[in-house]
Design a protein around this ligand. Structure first.
Ligand SMILES: Cc1cc2nc3c(=O)[nH]c(=O)nc-3n(C[C@H](O)[C@H](O)[C@H](O)COP(=O)(O)OP(=O)(O)OC[C@H]3O[C@@H](n4cnc5c(N)ncnc54)[C@H](O)[C@@H]3O)c2cc1C
Length: 555
């Protein structure tokens, strides 16, 4: 890969906009053929920073403006007091995109999620079709080879649980009825688990690290950092190039084979709209000439709504907070710098669970993600103290939000609203979530280790009080998706190969094309999507579907 300030050519076979989970993966795959010239465009800077590479520093890039777009969703309808900011929605603005600032939890979603996509008419997105691409993307030698891959670009490691509060969580889950699942990315997702993270030799294995830095150098792949694509150029119904903006200069580059937008769930629909692709009337009303009427652009916004339940630690040394303060922090930092080991190589989220509260099947409806400290990762700064945090999020929300623009200025962020808890199903599930958390944290396994719940969830005496608490505390689990959904309905933006409906030469490939949000964090899922569509772009035969469960003994 050549990092360049000016493109060496005036036209490329492939231009990829955005170097995140999807963009880095696609850039690597498309440039494997030396006959293809590939240009990768990234608005943010290089990812060569200790704060990105050191897993335990995850809170820092999350807050630094340098690496983060820091979007804010509009206030939800139910917000009693409208805040000035709205729902905080961080997104990576750096090489590697959100995979360079995320929590590194490696989760693939549930088999039923992909089978559900298939039932919506996306025939080749069943789990059997996706599984070989999940396997191709990872290196996880300790798993069952029927489900887990080895030799793939992203190294995945399993946490070694040492902290007593994490042990407490696993035991409490077992007492509650959620047994330990040795591999939530294997045959079954449900139950409590020790987390798996994309970390290689103690270093964050972001998509850019795995697919770009760690691969052999390729001269046919050029990367332009700190360069923004402000518009796609269309000639009739064909994408023919891009308008780029770099250091105050505008550049126009042509594309031969395909233009691929990988700018993420917030900015891919934004870029389409800025280029006149979207709802014609809405675009006209903000001064953009409609070029291609596609009303679904920006619709179908989904996320996992989340709540943080927090507890103090009766014995502060049970928590990892001390190791992240003063001398402890220095020791942790030095150990990581010298040996790439210790707490510095952990993403802190070492245990979790997928639980089925309403659904009775092996298709969990909530996820729990835990850290053995209290860390307030607000946009303004991090505040760490001893304790335990459990983030609970709805995995199969039925609420749908929307993204739109009110300006033709490409530097003005788009508007969006998640519409969390706007369906009865989501409200019911959220109420059940509060009860489940109370049960888990009252199990004998805690043996007086934790104080009572501190964010107000333990003093809720009625359904009405609980609903009010849920509304006031809901936050994003940072998984926006669905805004350029694949499908065949009127609201679909792309077909099952990411090709934009009605246009030639133009695809969207990233979390925005996810039609229905899966049960799980989206990085591994987005990489899988890019791996799968890369084969389609290159004209390779798709990997053969795999059905390992048919060989499993009947339960
Ligand atoms: C704080 C945080 C924590 C998370 N934790 C986890 C986790 O633990 N596990 C997990 O699996 N998932 C996690 N996620 C979610 C996951 O990282 C994302 O869903 C996934 O990375 C999305 O990939 P993407 O390719 O769609 O977009 P991104 O990775 O966001 O990439 C989009 C890229 O496009 C660039 N771009 C945008 N517009 C333009 C433009 N006009 N011109 C040029 N470049 C542009 C952006 O700068 C960015 O680099 C987290 C996300 C965040 C933000």
């Amino acid at each position: 890969m050549n990092i360049t300030r000016r493109p060496s050519l005036s036209a490329y076979d492939y231009i990829i906009i955005g170097s995140g989970s999807a963009g880095s993966t696609l850039a690597a795959r498309l440039s494997e053929d030396p006959g293809n010239n590939v240009l990768l465009i990234e608005a943010g800077p290089s990812d060569r920073s200790l704060f990105i590479q050191m897993p335990a520093a995850l809170g820092i890039p999350l807050m630094k403006d340098r690496y983060n777009w820091k979007f804010f969703g509009a206030n939800e309808d139910f917000h009693e007091t409208q805040s000035d900011t709205g729902v905080y929605t961080p997104r990576g603005r750096v090489l590697g995109g959100s995979s360079s600032i995320n929590g590194m939890n490696w989760v693939r979603g549930n088999r039923a999620d992909y089978d559900g996509w298939c039932h919506r008419g996306l025939d080749d997105w069943s789990y059997a079709h996706c599984l070989p691409y999940f396997k191709r993307s990872e290196h996880y030698p300790q798993g069952d080879a029927a489900y887990r891959g080895t030799g793939g670009a992203t190294e995945v490691v399993k946490t070694e649980i040492k902290n007593p509060l994490f042990q407490g969580f696993l035991s409490a889950c077992s007492e509650y009825g959620a047994a330990l699942n040795p591999d939530h990315n294997g045959a079954h997702q449900g139950g409590a688990h020790e987390t798996q993270r994309n970390v290689s030799n103690g270093v964050r294995h972001s998509a850019s690290q795995a697919y770009l830095h760690d691969q052999p150098r390729k001269d046919n792949l050029e990367l332009m950092l700190e360069t923004r694509c402000n518009a796609i150029k269309l000639s009739q119904n064909r994408a023919v190039g891009v308008t780029l903006y770099r250091a105050g200069e505008e550049l126009n580059i042509e594309v031969g084979k395909e233009l691929i937008i990988c700018a993420g769930a917030i900015q891919s629909p934004h870029l389409l709209m800025l280029s006149g692709i979207g709802d014609g009337d809405a675009l006209s009303s903000c001064g953009i000439q409609p070029r291609h009427h596609l009303p679904g652009v920006g619709h179908n916004l989904q996320d996992h709504p989340a709540w943080c339940f927090e507890y103090g630690a009766n014995n502060p040394s049970d928590s990892i907070a001390a190791e992240l303060h003063g001398f402890g922090r220095l020791k942790t930092g030095l150990q990581w710098l010298l040996q790439k080991r210790g707490l510095g190589s952990s993403n802190h989220f070492e245990v979790g669970a997928f639980l089925s509260l309403i659904s009775s099947s092996d298709h969990p409806d909530i996820q729990l993600e835990c850290i053995a400290m209290r860390g307030d990762f607000a946009p303004e700064g991090i505040n760490i103290s001893p304790g335990f945090q459990c983030f609970a999020s709805l995995q199969r929300p039925t609420s749908r939000g929307k993204l739109w623009i009110d300006s033709a200025d490409p530097f003005k962020p788009p508007k969006f609203r998640f519409h969390y808890l706007s369906t009865i199903e989501d409200k019911e599930l959220a109420l059940h979530t509060v009860s489940a958390i109370q049960e888990i944290f009252h199990q004998p396994a805690w043996r007086g280790r934790l104080t009572s719940e501190l964010s107000g969830a333990s003093n809720l005496n009625s359904k009405k009080d609980t609903a009010r608490w849920l509304y006031s505390k809901v936050e994003s689990n940072y998984h926006p998706c669905g805004t350029c959904s694949m499908g065949t309905s009127q609201d679909a933006v792309t077909n099952s190969e990411g090709r934009v409906h009605g246009l030639d030469n133009l695809r969207v490939v990233d979390a925005s094309i996810i039609p229905v949000i899966p049960a799980g964090n989206l990085n591994a899922i987005t990489i899988m999507i890019a791996e799968k569509i890369a084969d389609n772009i290159l004209g390779h035969a798709p990997l053969k579907p795999e059905f390992p469960w048919s060989e499993q003994p009947a339960a």
